[in-house]
Write a protein that binds this ligand. Structure first.
Ligand code: HEM
Length: 157
């Protein structure tokens, strides 16, 4: 009886821990091949958290859609969907407590025929949006460094 009580007590005590662990592991879950995850949420916090990330992501896509070099890639694409999943993506790769539910980078870009210049043009717009959001240069570079890895999945030309 005593051992049962002890077991029950242990389970009660363990439950919040297991829940916290499940939440933490959910935050760390990302589709294979998307990006390696950072060890902590430092970059996420430097970027200003989820709302700030969604803010500069929206601005970034608005700029991309006005950039004659690459706007044509996005003809007929659901921009609101892209803004949402891209912000989730940035949040996840920055170590934030988000879940990315879009398709893998390789699959999303496989048939688009994206070249190096297109990739660079897109990154340029991301830099402009982060500048406009007054993010420090070092923080911008840390996010960009995590994007550079994607080159091989996205640039197919
Ligand atoms: C920094 C690198 C990039 C990142 C992080 C990125 C991220 C993403 C994400 C998260 C999606 C949504 C995937 C889904 O449908 O669930 C997506 C789709 C898309 N991306 Fe990128 N992307 C990058 C580079 C580019 C470049 C360079 C272009 C073209 C110039 C591009 C064009 C597109 C288009 C057109 C789609 C929509 C595809 C479709 O729905 O059929 N992306 N991207």
């Amino acid at each position: 009886m005593k051992s049962r009580l002890l077991l029950a007590a242990a389970l009660v005590l363990a439950a919040p821990l297991a829940q916290a662990q499940a939440q933490a592991s959910q935050a760390r879950t990302v589709q294979p091949g998307v990006a390696p995850l950072p060890p902590d949420d430092l970059l996420y916090r430097e970027l200003g958290g989820k709302e700030a990330i969604q803010g500069f992501t929206n601005d970034f896509y608005d700029r991309v859609l006005k950039d004659a070099r690459i706007a044509h890639f996005f003809d007929g694409i659901n921009v609101n969907y892209l803004k949402r999943v891209l912000a989730d993506y940035f949040c996840v790769v920055a170590g934030g407590p988000c879940t990315y539910d879009g398709v893998s980078m390789a699959n999303a870009h496989a048939d688009l025929g994206i070249g190096k210049a297109d990739f660079n043009a897109l990154v340029e717009n991301l830099q402009l949006a982060m500048d406009a959001a007054k993010l420090p240069f070092a923080t911008q570079n840390r996010l960009l460094a995590r994007m550079a890895y994607l080159h091989r999945d996205i640039v197919t030309q």
